[in-house]
Design a protein around this ligand. Structure first.
Ligand SMILES: NC(=O)c1ccc[n+]([C@@H]2O[C@H](COP(=O)([O-])OP(=O)(O)OC[C@H]3O[C@@H](n4cnc5c(N)ncnc54)[C@H](O)[C@@H]3O)[C@@H](O)[C@H]2O)c1
Length: 268
């Protein structure tokens, strides 16, 4: 299998290192808007070469993995699936726009391209997926992060919220997953994944809490429905190279790639 990784940051670089050791991965194309990041990463790997953009080697590629940003995902998704190439998306929030998502899903079906969305930084997606076969009454996600993981968020800056000045656990957002994903595009991709699996962006409730003493990025997923009730709480270690990203998100991308290359689906 030949793969292209778009984005050589925290997730992309861990994924590329793991892919380099996978016998079934024969070639890794790397690209990043900062090409030097792709070049530095390629220099550490056996199977990698740098490409200027995703289209350069798309003809030779079996799977594109986006690990860059919502903008990048919006840009490359239609191009990749229209060429019949499979794609894995980490910036899941890019699918919040219903018209865009439906267009991409239709194109992917027409062109026989698969869209893979790993569970990312949240646990409980297996139970949510199964329970959504029946009626779901309530899906709620409560995310708690330390100030470092929420620094530089535009909507907070515009509303004069200084996360570093918060002295005790404080809810800084409460609303729909649709609004959460739009207002926190780099911080709450899990809300998009949960919405896509469960009751959609408008019925999924999200709260974001800043806890000055928190050492983890935690996600508490609460589900009530015909199946019964489920609560799944994940306490994630933030990645040292990007505190906004949980280490588990990189692991979920690596684990998804392993399942794809082996064509082996356990616990799906
Ligand atoms: N699904 C999940 O649960 C989950 C969890 C954590 C992070 N994420 C998302 O995954 C993505 C990657 O996360 P990360 O921690 O590796 O981020 P990062 O900031 O460490 O790395 C992103 C890299 O992508 C590059 N990039 C940005 N826009 C680009 C573009 N248009 N074209 C090419 N390269 C581009 C940047 O230069 C950077 O090197 C982010 O969008 C993040 O929000 C998803």
């Amino acid at each position: 299998m030949r793969i292209t990784i778009v984005g050589c940051g925290s997730i992309g670089s861990k994924l590329a290192m793991a892919a380099d050791e996978m016998a079934d991965v024969k070639r890794i194309y790397l690209t990043d808007m900062e090409l030097s990041l792709a070049e530095n990463l390629a220099a550490k790997l056996k199977k990698a070469i740098v490409v200027e953009d995703v289209e350069e080697e798309l003809y030779h590629c079996d799977l594109v993995i986006e690990a860059a940003s919502q903008d990048a995902a919006r840009q490359i998704l239609p191009t990749v699936v229209s060429r019949g190439v499979d794609i894995m998306i980490m910036s899941v929030g890019a699918l919040v726009d219903d018209g865009f998502r439906e267009m991409v899903q239709t194109k992917a079906k027409e062109c026989e391209a698969r869209i893979y969305i790993p569970s990312g930084a949240v646990c409980g997606t297996d139970g949510l997926r199964s329970s959504a076969i029946g009626d779901l009454k309530e899906v709620e996600l409560i995310t708690t992060k330390g100030p470092k993981s929420l620094s530089g968020v535009q909507t907070l800056i515009e509303h004069g919220v200084d996360v570093n000045a918060i002295a005790e656990p404080t809810v800084i957002f409460s609303g729909t997953a649709r609004d959460a994903v739009k207002q926190f595009p780099k911080n709450i991709n899990v809300a998009a994944t949960v919405s896509l699996l469960g009751v959609g962006f408008d019925r999924t409730k999200v709260s974001i809490v800043v806890d000055p003493n928190s050492k983890s990025n935690s996600h508490e997923l609460r589900i009530k429905g015909e199946f019964g009730e489920m609560t799944c709480h994940t306490y994630n270690v933030p990645s040292p190279d990007n505190p906004k990203t949980s280490y588990l998100a990189s692991m979920s991308a690596i684990s998804a790639l392993k399942r794809i290359v082996r064509n082996e689906w356990i616990g799906i």
